[in-house]
Design a protein around this ligand. Sequence first.
Ligand code: ADP
Length: 486
Amino acid sequence: MSLQVLSVASECFPLIKTGGLADVVAALPNALRAHGIETRTLLPAYRQVMARAEQVEPLLRLPDLFGADGQLLAAKNVDGADLLLIDAPHLFDRPGGPYLDVSGLDWPDNAQRFAALSIVAARLGRGLLSGFQPEVVHAHDWQAGLVPAYLALFGGRRPATVMTVHNLAFQGQFPARLLDELHLPSSALVPEGVEYYGQIGFLKAGLNYADRITTVSPSYAREIRTPEGGMGLDGLLNARAMRLSGIVNGIDMEVWNPETDPLLAKNYGVGNLADRAANKAALCERLDLDQDDSPLFCVITRLTWQKGVDLILETAPYLLEAGGQLALLGAGDVQLEGAYARLAEQYPGRVACVFGYNEEFAHLLEAGADAILIPSRFEPCGLTQLYALRYGCVPVVSRVGGLADTVIDANDAAQAAGVATGVQFFPVTAEALQDAIYRTIGLYRQPDLWANMQRNGMSSDLGWPKRAEVYAAMFRSLAREGRVAQ
Ligand code: ADP
């Protein structure tokens, strides 16, 4: 029997994306369909979403949505997936990104914008739309954190709730004086409610009220229960440990398929790995990098402290001295951009940088570079290493979170068993990264061994079906339990 789920998120690929969250929100519903789970995804109708969503139709009026009326729209994603959009121009129709204005500052009304998303989700959970009665509401990250809170606090029968943490670093904290305006009762401003260090914590609220908490890898599920990884929420997460689990993300095996990817210079697969070389040549040409037999390391990332990109800068002279090349695609911190631009100027032909967000170019990089550097200080799951595995680009990763769970280090045992897919290092320091780079170059210089690692990665099970099965089982068991507000 089919089961209806409402997924609530602030991003969905390709309509609006700032990171891995968008990819997961788009791909999971498609994978759940095979398990008889029908998902509708509720998103804000940002300008970018309205520009690309298909078959948009008005459904009903949403009166008094933080300052003006809005309306609920039905729509389809470009892949045909069902969407519900909150059309509220006073909240969402603006230039800039989903969270930041054009100058990079938080939108001053983010509390209201994402409370609107959550309150509409809660109403949908209670049957606002005839013919759609979700048995599970799946809330993603702090922007949807108030969904479990509203559902629990409104009283009466409610669907079950799942809160998925894609990154605990983003928590959505807002002044307590907004309590009333956000339609939260004053009784909820307590540590057992939405209160978080004197403020309203959107993610905290979600973690507190959800029936289940998931995060995007088992290692990250463990790390966030420690003081080092818990970002202030480890106490709560420990108290709710029985409700917390980690499920590794999958990737869209169609969008990311080196055998058919139209964004590559030449398609290739496990059977004709040699054809991959044409992509390296195209990449080097496009980036003005010397074309020789140097191992080419790439980086595809948001430029932030989390991703350890400062460690790559520190290690770059050693990487270059050891005969490597470096190609970076990154957007974010202006100072880091400046430092990378200087590095590229200093080493023409050996280092190249492309700044900005460029989905297309990310494909060619994964297909052309020999290895990818991912020295994250923490990494809930990470998608770039999964795309890299699929494309035969060997991941060099810090042993944290989802990176630890998805890459098999080429240690002696793994090599003897022929199962290595990459290189891991720990602790997350410039010295350990430098060691890992030397180790990687050593492996690269043994072509048979290297090709074997590439093939192992390319044949790994990276798709959604296995992961979706775990979500489906959880949704079904929650639906069976039935809910009445606490
Ligand atoms: P996070 O969500 O923390 O940024 P993930 O590895 O989970 O990290 O997901 C990052 C996603 O964003 C991947 O799909 C990656 O290819 C993409 N990405 C990151 N930076 C860029 C960029 N500058 N240009 C294009 N794609 C990028």
